[in-house]
Design a protein around this ligand. Structure first.
Ligand code: ACO
Length: 386
């Protein structure tokens, strides 16, 4: 077997640069595209160093305090702030219900949602270019589809959307058959706001790549759900719940945190690739959880674990700020509104529909096919064996 040649290793001017360890024809190569600017956007600004997140310039904390998911989605799609904007849950076409019925009971909710969006796309006339009407219809469809899947899986009939309810409330109603109280509905709506958009993350990039080929909006969101499903992206709120349950009581928190770190384990809900300061989404959600009348019974314990974890992480990594991330309080909100941990990732996907579809519209408006190059490290040109 011919040996693969070593790839050429040409250090950049700053060898410590995270952007590139090598160049190809003088062009930088960045594994994982880290540090590469691959799109222009007016949607989300993620300022990790200073712990700031803004949608079209508006601070996430203000949007959670004064907005609704409908007004935020409308802002992302149109650029206009309309506090009266409304989103109501959409119908589930018969073809989607048939597909959901045919799925094995063991199907993960994320897989069911991905399938539902794919089938939904076949029932729509999704011409190019994608439109705000399509973005809205898809964002309104998916909560109904996810609720229908859960009902069917649990041997219950799906429940039609209630047009009087907003999207988050109708989702809870279609899941459980009971209209949620306003504070519970508000808590899930707030979670939807913080999950709506977060820059050019892997799933959003996937949606933009698919759109750049002039494919349709449903295909872009199917791809995005597939990317979000991976454990490196879809987040860790269900692991947070498990971890807090393992700790058991506030008195055990410090001992448990120290032992977990000594075993080389990661504390779920802490650290972030981009944020070096306290995740502003965690701060906004903590306020929401604290205002809930029926707080998850482990909230007090969670707050104790957070305090201890921040102290011990700072001792262990004095030069690398590892702060609370969004997943820590997302877990509390999702538990508090009565969702089971198996639904957490798909519920996150419902929120992110707003950002994905806004990026689809933005990509389409100034479209250029996204087609990077690869550094070829295989065997060079040669003859077939005779
Ligand atoms: N607990 C303990 N140690 C940690 C944690 C943590 N949560 N996060 C990072 N570290 C340590 C690492 O072990 C590593 O230490 P080492 O240098 O001694 O090996 C150091 O900090 C740097 O770690 P990286 O993996 O390089 O940090 P990165 O910024 O790439 O990781 C990540 C970000 C993946 C989120 C990480 O912090 C993590 O695994 N956190 C726990 C899981 C979690 O909460 N995920 C949800 C993220 S938010 C979201 O997805 C929306």
């Amino acid at each position: 077997m011919p040996q693969k040649p070593d790839p050429p290793a040409i250090p950049l001017e700053d060898p410590a640069s995270p952007v590139a360890a090598h160049t190809v024809d003088g062009r930088p190569y960045s594994p994982g595209l880290e540090g590469v600017i691959a799109a222009e956007t007016e949607l989300g600004l993620v300022d990790g160093a200073n712990g700031r997140l803004m949608y079209r310039g508006y601070r996430i904390g203000d949007l959670v305090a004064h907005g609704t998911f409908a007004s935020v989605a409308n802002l992302l799609w149109t650029g206009t702030w309309d506090p009266e904007a409304r989103l109501t849950a959409g119908p589930v076409p018969r073809a989607v219900l048939s597909a959901l019925c045919a799925l094995p009971r063991t199907t993960k909710p994320m897989d069911a949602l991905r399938t539902a969006v794919s089938v939904w796309g076949t029932t729509q006339n999704l011409d190019w270019p994608p439109t705000e009407v399509q973005a809205r219809a898809l964002t309104e469809f998916s909560p109904s589809a996810l609720a229908a899947f859960v009902r069917l899986r649990d041997d219950h009939l799906p429940i039609d959307p209630d047009p009087e309810l907003d999207l988050a409330s109708s989702f809870l109603y279609q899941l459980k058959g009971v209209r949620p109280d306003p504070v519970t509905a508000r808590a899930l709506d707030a979670y939807f706001i913080v999950g709506a958009e977060h820059g050019l993350n892997a799933s959003t990039f996937t949606a933009r790549v698919i759109t750049s080929t002039k494919s349709d909006i449903a295909s872009a969101v199917v791809g995005a759900i597939g990317a979000l499903k991976g454990p490196l992206h879809g987040g860790a709120p269900s692991e947070v719940v498990e971890q807090i349950h393992t700790v058991g009581s506030p008195e055990r928190a410090e001992e448990w945190v120290r032992a977990a770190l000594a075993r080389g384990e990661r504390l779920m809900g802490f650290g972030h690739r981009v944020y070096r300061a306290y995740d502003p989404r965690a701060a906004a959600l903590r306020k929401v959880v604290e205002a809930m009348p029926t707080k998850p019974d482990w909230l007090e314990l969670a707050i104790k674990v957070e305090d201890v974890a921040l102290k011990v992480l700072e001792e262990k990594y004095p030069d690398r700020p590892l702060k609370t991330n969004v997943e820590f309080y997302a877990a509390a909100v999702l538990q508090g509104v009565g969702l089971t941990p198996d639904l957490f990732p798909a519920t996150f996907a419902l929120a992110r529909h707003a950002g994905w579809t806004a990026h689809v519209l933005e990509q389409a408006a100034t479209n250029r096919l996204i087609r990077p190059d690869a550094r070829f490290i295989g065997v060079e040109e040669r003859d077939l064996p005779s």
